[in-house]
Design a protein around this ligand. Structure first.
Ligand SMILES: CC(C)(COP(=O)(O)OP(=O)(O)OC[C@H]1O[C@@H](n2cnc3c(N)ncnc32)[C@H](O)[C@@H]1OP(=O)(O)O)[C@@H](O)C(=O)NCCC(=O)NCCS
Length: 321
């Protein structure tokens, strides 16, 4: 008979939580050697975990006075729909390695009870990409993939091709990419992505993004026509994308009629050359796995290291409780 007791995730559990996460990270690093050392994230991780304690949505599993697992996330007002949701980051859950599936499943049963009682119907969890057993466990609990974090080592490339010209985009020449930026924004509404992003003023959005000096954007022209762009910034969305030696791609678009001519690859190589000169060694990206073009393109060039899975609970359960 198991003596596991479940308690609310609290500040006193953070040290043990970090230790458990470090084992998961090391297992992933064994598969994706490009990932930086866990040590580099430790301080930031403690800060992030403290912010997860505040909302009281987390649960720890304790056995014989030892923390053997935990799960916790950020609540989000309307998450992939009109209902409230929770996002459990990749560092927001872990259990002792040898019993991780059993313990994480029991943690989810406890936590989901609490979340659904609080009206939290959309559950999303990021997991390390190479842990097949945990992938399988979450799949059978009704979760499907939606987003991927991936990484690659920066190399220098020969990008000389007389057909293409690259140009850095600033507030001075931003007009050259406004219409393409608008198309990119609308692209995510199409099948099978169906992302209901709001209308926006493309010019204002670009100008706002360019205000940050660590944000850089480059266009590619052929026959005097801008046919694509790429952009990167220092921080990506996930904790493990924030690192001194890393930059993150946060946009890539090629006009439909110019796709599959390796223009996407040329833009990527161009950015790598820029970063290589600046002695930056790692490049990260996050993308929607529900976007087949992105999924194919990025998984060809990068190594995935996290998957963000989603399960949507039938909200009519509240009417029968
Ligand atoms: C992703 C994108 C930038 C790639 O640009 P591109 O210039 O076509 O890229 P490349 O020509 O270098 O490579 C395209 C590859 O994807 C393949 N491909 C394109 N669409 C595909 C699909 N739906 N399913 C499978 N493979 C696909 C091509 O065959 C080619 O593969 P190959 O190199 O193995 O032959 C472009 O498709 C695009 O703008 N998509 C819409 C915006 C987008 O999704 N951006 C990524 C945001 S994270």
């Amino acid at each position: 008979m198991s003596r596991i007791v479940f308690k609310t995730f609290d500040l006193v559990h953070i040290e043990e939580a970090i230790r458990l996460v470090s084992h998961y990270y090391q297992e992933e690093k064994n598969e994706v050697s490009e990932l930086p050392s866990f040590f580099d994230y430790q301080q930031n991780l403690a800060k992030h975990l403290k912010s997860l304690v505040v909302n009281q949505l987390g649960i720890v599993a304790i056995e014989d006075d030892i923390v053997i697992g935990f799960i916790s996330g950020f609540s989000i007002p309307s998450f992939f729909g009109k209902e409230k949701g929770i996002f459990i980051p990749v560092y927001g859950h872990a259990a002792i390695q040898s019993r991780r599936c059993e313990i994480e499943q029991r943690l989810y049963v406890e936590a989901a009870k609490k979340w659904v009682n609080d009206g939290i119907y959309t559950h999303s969890i990021a997991i390390f990409a190479h842990d097949k057993d945990l992938n399988n466990m979450w799949f059978h609990l009704g979760f499907g993939n939606r987003c991927i974090d991936a990484i690659r080592q920066i190399q220098s490339h020969d990008t000389t091709n007389p057909l293409y010209q690259f140009e850095e985009i600033t507030s001075q020449n931003v007009h050259s990419v406004v219409s393409i930026h608008e198309k990119h924004h609308r692209y995510y509404r199409e099948s099978p992505i169906f992302m209901p992003n709001q209308n926006e003023d493309a010019l204002l959005d670009l100008l706002d993004w360019l205000k940050d000096s660590s944000h850089r954007m480059f266009s590619i022209k052929t026959n005097d026509q801008v046919v694509g762009y790429i952009r990167y910034q220092t921080n990506g969305e996930s904790l493990f994308s924030i690192h001194n030696h890393m930059r993150n791609i946060t946009g890539l678009y090629v006009l439909p009629e110019f796709r599959n001519f390796a223009i996407g690859e040329a833009l990527l190589n161009f950015v790598e050359n820029v970063l290589y000169e600046e002695k930056i060694s790692l490049l990260g990206v996050d993308y929607e796995s529900i976007n087949p073009k992105a999924n194919h393109f990025w998984s060809k060039h990068f190594k995935p290291y996290t998957y963000s899975l989603v399960r949507r609970i039938d909200e009519r359960i509240r009417d029968v409780e």
